[in-house]
Design a protein. Sequence first.
Length: 236
Amino acid sequence: MSTTADPRLIVGLDLPNVEQSRAMVEQLDGTVSFYKIGLTLLAAPGGVAFAQELRRSGKQVFQDWKLHDIGAQVEGAARSVAAGGCDLLTVHAQPQVMRAAVQGRGEADTKILAVTVLTSLSDADLIDIGYSDTAAVLVERRVRQALACGVDGVVSSPHEAARARALATEAGRPEFLVVTPGVRPAGSDRGDQQRIATPADALKAGASHLVVARPVIAAPDPAGAVRAIIAEIATL
């Protein structure tokens, strides 16, 4: 069965090595056009080269580095990633970090995404870390800072997508990306995610892109799992 890939769906290659990731891409041939490469794979031998290989093959690639360091290091890292070819690059949503990443990216076509609050964190987890704000309040503050720093979008859970979209609209940034992990088709195991939603609900809330990993790569039929998601979001 042929399927037209939906560029709003980003499949996370959360696999331990390049060989397994390349095999998954082959299984998903024709159904997926956008892939996320996370830290495990980026740190594996050949991981960065594989990400660049995917992009040269015509795929869109999201390198999920979640950069968080002093400004000079983030600026240099963003410059290096952009020079190697990358569509989306994540940094943590702290003003110094975001400004440095935008500076490092320069005129390259890499879009900088600011990670607001990790989708594995609950409000109780934030209290343990030392925050007095709920996830919703903290995400709103970081979205406002991201807009002020000139990044291209944010990563937030589907629960905060609507507010992120509203803030971007108020700022006159209709192109602002709201990328949502924690997306789980109905009936899927939530894994370590706390703030989740179905693909359709995430898009209705204002997400521009959905990141789905385990519900696809751990499925008995990964391509079939992708087709089901594409069918769910086709009319949105």
